[in-house]
Design a protein around this ligand. Structure first.
Ligand code: AOF
Ligand code: ZN
Length: 352
């Protein structure tokens, strides 16, 4: 199963939004075949592993290990469970169940109904963790949420004081860390900012410094007061604006690439509505880039799966305080000598 996980990680760049999956075939204690899900739309891990075996006659006395429950549905490819049954494997070892509604235990049932001995839950935590974006989307029915901010050594995210004085926005990033931010954007399907940030920073929210597409741009604009000449409305990437249902059509409505989505800002359920909208759009990953109020709301609603904090060595002495970090653990740190980037994760438990 460790080998399955190693293989699965090779799908990092191609498999999304499908999960990363690896499969290994063992006969008489020796690995005779290996495969992984290379790209979305392509063959699943089991298919590639089976194809890699030179002597197909050995499959009838082999065990196939796979990091995710074999699928049972006709999607872009036929069901892997049927293939495994058809090839006559006597034993299957599975890392974790697939929470995808069309599978969700049916793959295991197909195998067992065919008389195959099936073991489930080997290195289960590692298998779930590897696909935590996919697992979160399928089990919580919302995107995997990453929060991001940069803060000074004394814990401020901007210079602006409560009285509105001070020069802003303060640019914490170096060229290097900005490139990493774009890499981070490229790794998410959508990126969201609040009205204040859109107005004050006029961010483009595109990925210009890393290979790969730009995320779908999202902005909250309750009263439809954002000016139409912001970069968000320049058509360089699609933009989705959440506007209060009682607000008249804003200036930017109808600009190329701009979609206005009416939501109810009054009942305190805005983020829930945004999450439902993104789930319906199959957006599996969301990056929230600010400002403080929006980040605080995500944290207080418990709507976060990782936080990326860029901690710099400058002191601002005063300004907008960084959001209070929730309980969690540091999972990854990288530094360019002046800036430390930390990924913060909650102590998680999936119940697929
Ligand atoms: C497997 N092995 O390697 C993967 C699985 O659209 P399709 O046909 O590619 O199906 C996608 C779904 O299949 C995906 O949502 C997930 O439930 C499962 N992925 N299953 O047996 C694999 N990648
Ligand atoms: Zn499959």
């Amino acid at each position: 199963m460790f080998r399955c996980l190693q293989l699965a990680r090779n799908g990092f760049y191609g498999a999304a939004p499908n999960p990363m999956v690896g499969a290994v075939i063992v006969c008489d204690g020796r690995i005779i075949g290996e495969g992984y899900h290379i790209r979305c739309g392509g063959p699943h891990a089991e298919v590639n592993a089976i194809r890699s075996v030179k002597d197909a006659g050995l499959l009838r006395r082999s065990t196939i290990y796979v990091s995710l429950e074999p699928c049972s549905h006709y999607g872009k490819t036929p069901p892997c469970a049927d293939l495994i049954v058809g090839k006559g494997f006597p034993r299957v070892v599975v890392g974790c169940l697939d929470p995808f509604a069309k599978v969700a235990g049916r793959g295991i049932r197909k195998l067992r109904d065919a008389g195959i001995e099936v073991t489930v839950g080997v290195l289960e935590d590692k298998c779930l963790e590897l696909n935590r974006r996919f697992m979160t989307f399928q089990t919580c029915r919302r995107p995997y949420v990453s929060l991001k901010w940069a803060e000074s050594a004394d814990g401020f995210i901007d210079r602006l004081r409560a009285d509105g004085c001070g020069e802003r926005p303060y640019r914490f990033s170096s060229d290097y860390t900005q490139m990493l931010t774009h890499r981070y954007r490229a790794g998410h399907q959508a990126v969201l900012v609040g009205t204040g940030t859109a107005l004050a920073d006029d961010p483009a929210l595109t990925n210009r410094l890393w290979p790969g597409p730009s995320p779908l741009r999202l902005v909250l604009d309750r009263r439809g007061r954002l000016p139409h000449d912001l970069k968000l409305f320049d058509g360089s990437a699609p933009t989705r604006v959440y506007v209060d249902s009682k607000t008249a059509a804003p200036d930017y409505a109808g600009r190329p690439g701009v979609t206005c989505v009416p939501v109810d800002f009054d009942g305190g359920m805005v983020l829930k509505e945004v999450m439902n909208d993104l789930y319906a759009l199959s957006v599996q990953t969301l990056l929230v880039e600010g400002g403080k109020q929006l980040l605080d709301s995500f944290i207080s609603d418990g709507l976060w799966d990782e936080i990326r904090i860029e901690q710099t060595d400058v002191f601002l002495n005063e300004g907008v305080p960084a959001p209070v970090r929730p309980r969690g653990r540091v999972e990854l740190s990288e530094s360019d000598g002046h800036k430390l980037i930390r990924i913060w994760s909650p102590v998680r438990h999936f119940v697929p």
